[in-house]
Design a protein around this ligand. Structure first.
Ligand code: DI6
Ligand code: FE
Length: 406
């Protein structure tokens, strides 16, 4: 397929994020075979008149990648939202046994089919805004069977819609009530039973943990990572979201793909993250919903060339947000990112956060033909509008999606 007349944002390293204003791209099966200025299009392609698609000057970007979500869960927490509005804090609700645990109870009681059905509209919301790859975490089961059920649901749901997925085991998300005051015993269960069983079931691509006072200590998270390493699984970490426990530096020094949240990361520690090569995944949705005031050290991350990804963190508690475009806006307005950093955050840097940048995240020869076409003249429009979805078509693996058949 030949795509013509496209305003292509390649998201390559070249200046202006690899913008080609009168661009063309050639897709062979599921792969980008050629991309460049229309004027340079080799004759073999330009002579083609079948299977030519006119992009009508619209913006063509890589398909968006939501690299941090908790999309699969049961129920919702609107009542907790009301309580937080009355001044009860997120951490306080968690200590009272609500918060994550409320979702755990709901998720345990739902069968896999129901979980898939409940989660589907959320995935659809991401897809309508150009998402072609999504990361989905477990972590609302906190027992072996439910963690596996969640990851199976993630698998089924994304397969059903032909999305690329990374399934992340987050058994160390919260302490289940059965293990109250026995958090080390729970970590033993995660390491000796839950994670091995989930790996055996073939549903784990990566391992995450919540390093926080209301989650697990650095030492406990390290144990989980040691087990992940035994299975050769990449690691990532929810770190420095509500306080500074030094989880990000620990995770980065163990080679974590990404360290996520980072509001309480000290600018002094950014150099170590940079040295280790981890990606910073920023989640302004949770910052907004929790009315956080501590900002992540964006300037230091930028100055140290730590690639910054953005993600929805969509979950029923701290980020009931299913709009990557809104998150891009928040990345700019709340965190001081540039619109192009925000777009890189949902494309090339998100691909790096998943360890998939050799396949996806930019429009380059040899990469997967996962693309999004937008009714926009300038890439900053993607971060600028709120509540307007300019996505006009999405290509996944070289095929236009039915929902947006152009
Ligand atoms: N941090 C978060 O923001 C989510 N998980 C985490 O470790 C919130 C999960 C929830 O509140 O349900
Ligand atoms: Fe999260």
């Amino acid at each position: 397929m030949l795509l013509r007349n496209a305003n292509i944002i390649c998201l390559t390293d070249s200046g202006d994020y690899g913008r080609i204003s009168d661009g063309a791209a050639v897709i062979n099966e599921d792969i980008i075979e050629w991309v460049g200025p229309a004027a340079n299009l080799p004759r073999t392609y330009s002579n083609q008149n079948e299977n030519v698609f006119d992009c009508k000057g619209k913006l063509l970007t890589p398909g968006l990648i939501d690299c941090h979500t908790h999309l699969v869960y049961a129920g919702n927490r609107a009542e907790e939202f009301e309580r937080r509005l009355q001044g009860v804090s997120y951490a306080e609700i968690s200590r009272q046994g609500g918060g994550i645990m409320a979702t755990v109870t709901a998720t345990r009681s739902m069968c896999e089919d129901e979980l898939v059905n409940d989660s589907r509209p959320r995935l659809h919301a991401l897809m309508t805004e150009g998402v072609t790859t999504v990361e989905i975490k477990s972590g609302y089961g906190l027992d072996t069977a439910t963690e596996i059920k969640m990851l199976r649901a993630a698998d089924r749901l994304t397969r059903e819609h032909k999305l690329r997925v990374q399934r992340t085991f987050l058994g160390a998300h919260a302490l289940p009530p059965e293990y109250a005051d026995r958090s080390d015993d729970y970590i033993d269960l995660v390491c000796n039973e839950m994670l091995p069983a989930a790996v055996e079931a073939g549903v784990v691509d990566a391992v995450d943990a919540f390093c926080e006072k209301i989650g697990f200590s650095v030492r406990q998270v390290e144990k989980v990572f040691e087990t992940a390493e035994q299975f050769n699984l990449p690691i990532k970490c929810h770190a420095e979201q509500l306080s500074n426990l030094q989880g990000a530096v620990m995770s980065a020094s163990r080679g974590a793909l990404s360290v996520d949240h980072l509001e309480y990361l000290s600018a002094d520690d950014v150099g170590n993250i940079a040295k280790a090569g981890s990606i910073a995944v920023l989640l302004p949705g949770a910052y907004y919903v929790l009315k956080e005031t501590q900002l992540p050290p964006v300037v230091a991350l930028r100055n140290h060339n730590v690639p910054m990804a953005l993600a929805t963190d969509c979950n029923p508690g701290s980020s009931p947000i299913f709009s990557p475009l809104l998150i891009m806006n928040m990345g700019c307005t709340l965190f001081g990112m540039t619109p192009l950093e925000a777009l890189a955050g949902f494309t090339i840097n998100a691909a790096k956060a998943l360890g998939c940048e050799d396949q996806i995240g930019s429009i380059e020869t040899g990469k997967k033909a996962d693309l999004a076409l937008w009714q926009c003249a300038h890439p900053a429009e993607l971060s600028y509008h709120i509540g307007l979805n300019p996505c006009s078509a999405v290509m996944q693996d070289g095929k236009w999606r039915d929902q947006a058949q152009p």
